[in-house]
Ligand binder design. Structure first.
Ligand code: CA
Length: 412
């Protein structure tokens, strides 16, 4: 799952499923003595893991030399310093490069995707779109050693019971041989592999699609794409139904009617004057009048509008954030050759693709700003440099946002 929406995901997950903390007893041998509290916590985790079928020898092997990395605690408690407008979020996640790469993946893995569709009923464009948004088609798995992050979060911070379950589940996957311990990395919160599943999701959903006896979402693309489709199937995917489509709402439409959880029969929206973009009726193309649907206005009444169905909810369940679900839905449409959205976002300063973000960073470096490497990721240093340039150029607001206007101004 993407970093942006991780907080939403963590809030959405049940924390109560965690087990009771085991008493502190012996100190695990491999842990540096300089960190006795962490060592005691690991010892408790070892007992809890044993209760879930992870033998002490396996625990010792997988956690040998494990030391806490407290930088993950700062991320756990970090408040977003900057609220990303949805058009920025989508401009980076659904850019031309990701569409081109996704089309290449559709071709390269056509046979596999056909078999995945035959088994789970989820079409290739949707499966590839999830893959593209989650890990950029297997390019970005996260750089942090998985067990280090999860052990630290299991022992300190405010979500310990949740992360204890994730930590022990990871050990179970390692003990079962599904994944290998060497080079096992993920996001700071423990999502990893092609599909960026949390370990507990992995245990519940992952499938051995290539039939080698291991459910390997790090090393096997067939397992990863099969598991993605299985996730959507388990989330009540309706084969053949669209996720939704862009619509027009009449002027004066009551925006308070919008929202994913405000579901009505499709004919209700039609009666309120909602039409397809070309003006044709909503109830068509095999969609029944009583199809349960919601209307989304992700940027408010002045921006693009969408009618969404059950498959949108299936995508949403992958990571509970509207911008995230729309990124996958839009990418899938673009992989099918569509153009979405056609209505403009309500801004005069559109968002930037990853290529444009790199261009902007190159311009900032050329002006002597110390922003590190050009990676297309807009972090604290890049935003600070943008703010300085906005002030120098007299652009308001000087908010550090990476948009079209500052890119144009620096390009001149
Ligand atoms: Ca496999």
């Amino acid at each position: 799952m993407m970093f942006r929406s991780l907080a939403a995901l963590l809030l959405a997950l049940p924390f109560s499923q965690a087990f009771a903390q085991t008493p502190d007893t012996a100190v695990a041998p491999a842990v540096p003595a300089a960190d006795p509290a962490f060592a005691r916590c690991l010892s408790g985790l070892k007992q809890a893991a044993a209760g879930q079928g992870v033998p002490a020898a396996s625990f010792d092997r997988f956690t040998a030399g494990l030391a806490a990395d407290r930088s993950v605690l700062e991320l756990l408690d970090a408040q977003p310093e900057f609220t990303t407008p949805i058009w920025d979020y989508l401009a980076g996640l659904v850019d031309d490069q990701r569409v081109a790469d996704g089309r290449a993946m559709l071709t390269e893995h056509a046979d596999l995707l056909q078999r995945v569709e035959a088994r789970y009923g989820v079409d290739p464009a949707t499966v590839v779109a999830v893959w593209g948004v989650e890990s950029d088609y297997g390019r970005i798995f996260g750089k942090r050693p998985l067990l280090v992050s999860l052990a630290t979060l299991s022992c300190e911070g405010r979500r310990q019971s949740f992360f204890r379950n994730e930590f022990i589940t990871t050990l179970k996957l390692l003990h079962a041989g599904d994944i290998r311990p060497e080079g096992l990395t993920g996001s700071w919160a423990g999502a990893f592999g092609h599909t960026q599943f949390m370990p507990s999701t992995y245990e519940r959903i992952a499938v051995d699609f290539d039939g080698d006896g291991r459910r390997d979402l790090v090393g096997s693309i067939p397992d990863a794409l099969g598991s993605t489709a299985n996730y959507l199937k388990q989330s009540n995917w309706r084969t053949g139904q669209p996720w939704g489509f862009e619509v027009r709402v009449p002027s004066g439409f009551d925006a308070s009617q919008a929202g994913r959880t405000s579901r009505r029969p499709l004919s209700d929206w039609a009666a309120r004057g909602v039409r397809r973009l070309d003006g044709s009726p909503l109830v068509a193309d095999g969609l029944a009048a009583d199809t349960r649907s919601a209307l989304l206005l992700p940027a408010g009444a002045q921006g693009p509008a969408f009618v969404v169905f059950r498959n949108y909810d299936a995508i949403y369940s992958y990571n509970a954030a509207e911008s995230y679900a729309l990124a996958i839905a839009f990418l899938a449409d673009r992989l099918r050759g569509g153009t979405i959205p056609q209505a403009a976002w309500p801004t005069d300063d559109p968002g930037l693709s990853r290529a444009q973000r790199r261009e902007l960073q190159t311009l900032l470096l050329a002006r002597g700003h110390d922003i590190g490497e050009v990676d297309g990721m807009i972090g604290t240093n890049t935003r600070r440099a943008i703010r300085t340039e906005q002030q120098r150029l007299g652009l308001a607001p000087a908010d550090g946002r990476a948009g079209q206007r500052i890119l144009d101004a620096l390009s001149r």
